[in-house]
Each structure stands twice: as C-alpha cells, then as structure tokens.
Design a protein around this ligand. Structure first.
Ligand SMILES: C[S@@+](CC[C@H](N)C(=O)[O-])C[C@H]1O[C@@H](n2cnc3c(N)ncnc32)[C@H](O)[C@@H]1O
Length: 227
C-alpha cells in the first residue's frame, strides 16, 4: 500500500508510541531531549507532565492552535480513508482498527493543543526547521525524529536528509530516527547513505528493532552516536 500525501502532514503520536518506536529506556527519558518535527504529537506535553526535559521544534509552530488544528483537520480524513480502503496493508496490534487510530491521533492533538496554548512562551515549542537549527553544538543528549526523515523520501532528497542528520548530530550527542521506510513502504535509499556517510565520519551507527509497527516492516530505528 502506498500512502499518497502531497506534502508533509501535521499528524502526531503519543508519548507511549514515541517510547516504543525510539526504543527509550527509563534512563533515556532522564536525558535532555530534542524532538525534531514533533508537530502536534503529545510527546512533549505528556513527557513534561512526567518531569522529562523535552524541547520540540517544528515549522508548524509558526501557527497558533487554530491554525495547527485546521491543518490537522484538513488531512486527517484523507489519511484515515486511505487506511480504511486497505485494512490488510497495516499492522493492527497497537491500534485496533482505523477508528481507534483516528481517535488516538485526535487525542494526541487535543493534549498537544492544550499544552501548546499554555506553554508556547516556555520555549518548549520552537519554530525551527531542518536542516538548520538555532541551538549551540551539543545542546542536547538525544535528538529524535519520528515520521519525518526517511518517511518523506520522495518529497525530500538525499542532500536534505544528510544535511538534516548532520545538523541533528551537531546539536545532540545521539540521533534516533523512526521509521526507516518511505510512504511507499520500502526502505528509504537514504538509510544506507546515512550509515555510510556517518560511519566514515567516525560516528557509531546501528539499526535497532523496536516494538512498534504500523506500516508492515517499519519496526526499526536508526541510531547514530558520537563515539
Ligand atoms: C507526520 S508529522 C510527525 C509528527 C511527530 N514527529 C510524530 O511522529 O508524531 C511530520 C512533521 O514534520 C514537520 N516538518 C516539516 N518540515 C520540517 C522540517 N524542515 N524540519 C522539521 N520538521 C519538519 C511537519 O510540520 C510535521 O509536523
């Protein structure tokens, strides 16, 4: 199944999904974390409520709550309808069915919007975008990127991917990216390119199997670390 999307959509996941797909241990969650392209995920809101130290960046944070909700509402039914039309093309384990998937996405959005409205001035949500981030070198322990790099490999080219990962490695000690598949459900050609490039530059790279899978086969995360 190919998910057809013209552009990157603001669709957001929940904290427990982030924990599964990025292979977080309780120790990881005590780290200084940057969420790159977090959009309307409730990762930051839920994590902050538990005392975690998370900063999220996304270009969509240039908009207010109404603007972000409008962008979510404009795409949600198209996505869910594509999934309803192809139920056997998805792994129904974490999500029970398309309605459950939509309900979780709407819940994440609601939790995010509540926090976003109250907390924009805290700096936890910053309007920034790859491939250039406005943070000093090594500001963070861990930079996470979920459902943006690799997934949108048709919209974003190799140069963008490599520059984006390099920038995440500049501001953070470790980078984790999930999933490794594109919207066409094939491994992104940029995964191998990234492993080759950052391996050559002396970083340690590993592909880790994780307990989260919705696109069939999308159950792996790429970790790249400073040695
Ligand atoms: C599908 S959403 C994923 C949201 C969240 N990471 C999750 O998995 O729940 C993709 C996000 O990437 C953001 N995005 C688009 N271009 C970006 C860029 N150049 N740098 C960082 N994020 C970007 C979009 O605004 C959108 O919120």
């Amino acid at each position: 199944m190919v998910m057809k999307l013209d552009k990157v959509v603001p669709f957001g996941l929940k904290l427990d999904e982030y924990i599964k797909m990025i292979d977080h241990s309780p120790k990881d969650l005590q780290k200084h974390i940057l969420g790159v392209g977090d959009g309307p995920a409730s990762f930051n809101a839920e994590g902050t409520a538990k005392g975690y130290d998370i900063t999220s960046i996304d270009p969509v944070y240039q908009f207010d709550c109404a603007g972000i909700k409008q962008r979510f509402d404009a795409v949600v039914d198209n996505i869910i309808n594509q999934i309803i039309a192809t139920p056997d093309s998805w792994v129904w384990s974490y999500h029970q069915n398309p309605q459950d998937l939509k309900a979780r996405r709407v819940k994440a959005l609601k939790t995010f919007l509540q926090d976003y409205q109250q907390s924009k001035q805290t700096g936890r949500y910053q309007t920034q975008e790859l491939p250039n981030l406005d943070f000093a070198d090594q500001t963070f322990d861990l930079a996470l990127c979920s459902h943006f790099l690799f997934l949108y490999s048709e919209q974003l080219d190799e140069d963008f991917h490599l520059a984006a990962i390099q920038e995440m490695l500049r501001v953070s000690k470790e980078v984790r990216i999930f999933p490794l598949l594109t919207l066409r459900q094939k491994t992104s050609p940029y995964v191998e390119k990234a492993i080759a490039k950052f391996g050559r530059l002396g970083y340690s790279t590993s592909i880790v199997k994780v307990p989260y899978e919705f696109q069939p086969g999308a159950n792996k995360m790429l970790a790249i670390k400073h040695q």
